[in-house]
Design a binder for this molecule. Structure first.
Ligand SMILES: [Zn+2]
Length: 283
C-alpha cells in the first residue's frame, strides 16, 4: 500500500501535469469508486466544465483542487493516476476517466478496486469524512515535538500501533514506522506512556527525517507501487530495517529480528532498540 511519501510523490507528479486542464466530461465505469455524491452520474455532471488548479495532500489522501470544487481521493492498495492522450489505448482496470478539453485525459486505474473519490464544494471537505477524523500531518511545518508529545505521551498501548493510528498522526504506514523506530532506537512494543520526553523528541525527529528522506527519494517501490508517471521510487534501497530480517544491523551488526506487533510484521534490532527493563521483566 502506498504510504505518505509515495502519495506525496504522486501529488508532485500530478502537479506538473494537470493544473490548468479543463474537464469536458467524466466517464465512470466502476460506480463504487465514487463515494460522494451517491450517484456517480451526479459526480460526473458536477465536474463538467471545471478546471484543475492544484493537487494537495492530507495524510494519504490526495486533494484535487478545482475552481469551486475539491475531489478527495485515496489510492488504497493499488490505485494509480496517469495522464494520457485521448487516442492512447485505455488499459484494463481503468475505472474513471477525466476527459480534458485539450485532448488529454486523467485516468484512474485500480486493479484491486479499493480506491475512493469524494467530491465536495471547496472547504466542505475538511469538515467531512474522510478527512475530518485525521490526526497530525507529519510533514507540516506546524508538526512540532510539543504537539507530537501531547498526542502520543498519554497512550497506554504499544508505540507502533499508536503511530499507525491515523487519528493521532497521519500517513505513517508499516514500512516507515519500522524505519522511524529504528532511527530513534525505540523498541516497537514499548508502551507509549513509558517513553521519556527525550525519546519522544528523538522519535518526532526520526519520523520527520524518515518521511522527508523518502519523499526526496521519490518514495519506495515495494511490490507494485509506482508514482503517477510510472517511475519507480528509490527509497527502498535506503530502508535500513524494513524487509531486512536476519541481515546484520547497519549500526551494530546484530541480526535484525522480525516479529508481529499489533498484527503487523515488524522489523527491529534487539540491541539498538532494547525493550525497557520494566516491560522485559513482565515478560
Ligand atoms: Zn543494531
Amino acid at each position: 500500500m502506498p504510504e505518505l511519501p509515495e502519495v506525496e510523490t504522486v501529488r508532485r507528479t500530478l502537479n506538473t501535469l494537470i493544473p490548468g486542464k479543463q474537464i469536458e466530461r467524466v466517464t465512470v465505469s466502476l460506480p463504487r469508486i465514487i463515494q460522494r455524491p451517491d450517484d456517480p452520474e451526479q459526480f460526473a455532471l458536477e465536474l463538467q466544465g471545471h478546471t484543475f488548479e492544484t493537487v494537495e495532500r492530507r495524510g494519504k489522501f490526495l486533494r484535487f483542487i478545482l475552481d469551486g470544487l475539491v475531489m478527495v481521493s485515496h489510492l488504497r492498495m493499488e490505485g494509480r493516476y496517469g495522464v494520457y492522450r485521448s487516442d492512447e489505448p485505455v488499459e484494463k482496470h481503468t475505472h474513471v476517466i477525466f476527459h480534458f478539453t485539450d485532448g488529454t485525459e486523467l485516468r484512474y486505474k485500480d486493479v484491486r478496486q479499493f480506491g475512493t473519490m469524494h467530491l465536495f464544494a471547496t472547504g466542505e471537505e475538511l469538515q467531512s469524512k474522510p478527512l475530518v477524523q485525521l490526526g497530525l500531518e507529519p510533514l507540516d511545518p506546524q508538526f512540532t515535538d510539543e504537539q507530537f508529545i501531547s498526542v502520543i505521551s498519554k497512550r497506554r498501548t504499544m508505540i507502533k500501533p499508536v503511530l499507525l493510528n491515523q487519528a493521532y498522526v497521519v500517513g505513517i504506514g508499516n514500512i516507515y514506522v519500522d524505519e522511524a523506530l529504528f532511527r530513534a532506537g525505540i523498541h516497537p512494543e514499548t508502551i507509549a506512556s513509558d517513553l521519556s520526553r527525550e525519546q519522544l523528541i528523538r522519535l518526532h525527529e526520526a519520523i520527520v527525517s524518515t518521511l522527508s528522506d523518502a519523499v526526496a527519494a521519490g518514495g519506495s517501490s515495494i511490490k507494485s507501487y509506482v508514482n503517477g508517471q510510472g517511475e519507480m521510487g528509490m527509497f527502498q534501497h535506503s530502508l535500513r530495517i524494513y524487509g531486512r530480517k536476519a541481515e546484520p544491523c547497519q549500526e551494530c551488526g546484530t541480526l535484525i529480528e522480525k516479529t508481529v506487533v499489533g498484527g503487523r510484521g515488524t522489523h527491529y534490532c534487539p540491541v539498538c532498540q532494547p525493550l525497557p527493563a520494566r516491560q522485559k521483566a513482565m515478560g
